[in-house]
Design a protein around this ligand. Structure first.
Ligand code: ADP
Length: 456
């Protein structure tokens, strides 16, 4: 059987055909046993009754033996014989093949086997007359009961395979019917060739059973795959779009610059523009590379214990000039030194992204406040600004790659491509933390980061 692959339908059918056979077989054996004991029990009772009745029909009157047995309606398979107490037969003939040498005894059924046949023998004696007592013997050939049993066995032998065959065929049809939805499922899955077919759903009409749950799960998986596939497609088209713009600018500036050989100032301005665009492209490509590696799961965090307060101070210092330009004040609120075990470079990038967003999307004379708190198991950071805020409809989407609430506003910002918050979220998640946003359009935004504390 090893190596042979059966379909589930066939396996199920084979299994319950096997069990059918087993059950029918057991019933069959019990039937034979039961009928044997019932039949034999019945014959034994008839034998006893017949012999006892016959004994009453034997009379001895006026020195004469009178036997009335012929007139009675006794079963034909029972022979009645009458003997004197000396064992001399005075009535009846022995059945063929019966050995006569069976001693007389009362109230017990004797069983004799002569090889070909079995016999039941029952004896009693007459007590009608005290002067003369006779033995009355009944002999039953066991053959007759065996015939009855064998006819039952014969019928069962024909019925048994028929029943099993019926069960197997019926079972296969039922199983095939039950597996129909699985076949449908198979066809539906097989019809999905490429990502473009992911919109397809598996239809299911029927009871809310296991197949229904399986179909539901498949359909939900298709929804998730479709979303992921669409995101992927969107990402590729966004990335090429983002790269196309600086490339077009660089190309145009090069062409213009080459025509300005006589005008070194114009040429310098073209070169500066090319430099800015290539810096933007470089930042974008770096972020894309980082996110691609993050997707592949190949980014190795280089974790160490460092003072998070110092890191935030460094970030604030590096952004001070930018903030001043926009007349935005930067504040740090912290308890004391906070030791954090994590990737310092990534954490630096996280705070730079959030604080510079706060400055860029802030209003003049506004503020960005960074608050650091430490509890027994967590470090909590708040980055709060009173800038333009983010409307509710955009709040769920700002974490998506390339998502910008107002691309025309962001386009003047060097290196801005809508990847910043996607990176921030990924960094937080790499440190097993989570980030949430509370914001109101026109009032400002607060990003809250909760990071678990780990020991280095
Ligand atoms: P971008 O490079 O465009 O700033 P981000 O991923 O950092 O990309 O942010 C995505 C979008 O979320 C931004 O384009 C901006 O519309 C919005 N945003 C992010 N931070 C703030 C903030 N502090 N205040 C208002 N809007 C913000």
């Amino acid at each position: 059987m090893r190596g042979i692959k059966f379909s589930i339908k066939l396996k199920v059918t084979l299994w319950y055909t096997f069990f059918d056979l087993l059950i029918v077989g057991i019933i069959f054996i019990l039937l034979i046993k039961g009928s044997q004991s019932n039949l034999l029990g019945g014959y034994q009772k008839t034998l006893i009754n017949t012999v006892e009745n016959a004994a009453e029909d034997v009379e001895y009157e006026d020195g004469k033996l009178e036997i009335d047995i012929e007139h009675e309606d006794y079963p034909s398979n029972i022979r009645i014989l009458v003997y004197t107490l000396n064992g001399e037969k005075v009535y009846g003939s022995l059945p063929y093949g019966f050995i006569e040498k069976i001693p007389f005894s009362v109230e017990e059924i004797k069983r004799e086997n002569t090889g070909e046949k079995e016999w039941y023998v029952y004896d009693t004696y007459t007590d009608n007359n005290e002067e003369q007592v006779y033995w009355v013997r009944g002999i039953l050939s066991i053959d007759s009961s065996t015939i009855a049993i064998s006819s039952i066995i014969g019928t069962a032998f024909i019925l048994l395979p028929l029943l099993v065959l019926l069960a197997a065929v019926g079972g296969y049809i039922v199983t095939k019917h039950a597996f129909k939805p699985i076949d449908n499922l198979n066809h539906a899955i097989a019809s999905i060739d490429s990502g473009n077919d992911l919109y397809k759903r598996i239809p299911y009409k029927g009871a809310k059973d296991e197949i229904y749950t399986l179909t539901q799960n498949f359909n939900e998986m298709f929804i998730r795959l479709e979303e992921a596939f669409t995101r992927e497609k969107q990402f590729t088209s966004d990335a090429s779009h983002e790269l196309r713009t600086p490339i077009a600018v660089i190309k145009a500036e090069c062409e213009y610059g080459l025509m300005q050989k006589e005008n070194p100032l114009e040429m310098q301005s073209s070169l500066e523009s090319i430099l800015r665009q290539s810096q933007t492209m470089s930042a974008l490509v770096n972020q894309l590379l980082m996110l691609a590696r993050a997707d592949k799961g190949t980014v190795q965090l280089s974790k160490e214990t460092f003072n998070l307060c110092e890191l935030v101070e460094m970030v604030v210092e590096s952004l001070e000039e930018e903030a001043e330009e926009k007349q935005i004040k930067l504040y740090i609120f912290r308890q004391e030194d906070i030791a954090f075990y994590g990737d310092q470079t990534l954490m630096m990038r996280l705070f730079i992204n959030l604080v510079s967003n706060g400055i860029y999307y802030g209003n003049a004379e506004g503020y960005v406040k960074i608050r650091l708190e430490e509890t027994e198991h967590q470090i909590i950071a708040y980055i709060e600004d009173n800038g333009i805020g983010i409307a509710k409809v955009h709040q769920g989407k700002i974490w998506n790659r390339f998502y910008q609430v107002d691309p025309s506003r962001s386009k003047f910002r060097a290196g801005s491509s809508g990847l910043g918050l996607a990176m921030v979220k990924w960094i937080v998640e790499m440190h097993q933390g989570n980030i949430t946003l509370e914001s109101e359009e026109g009032k400002g935004s607060t990003f809250k980061i909760v990071l678990p504390k780990f020991k280095g």
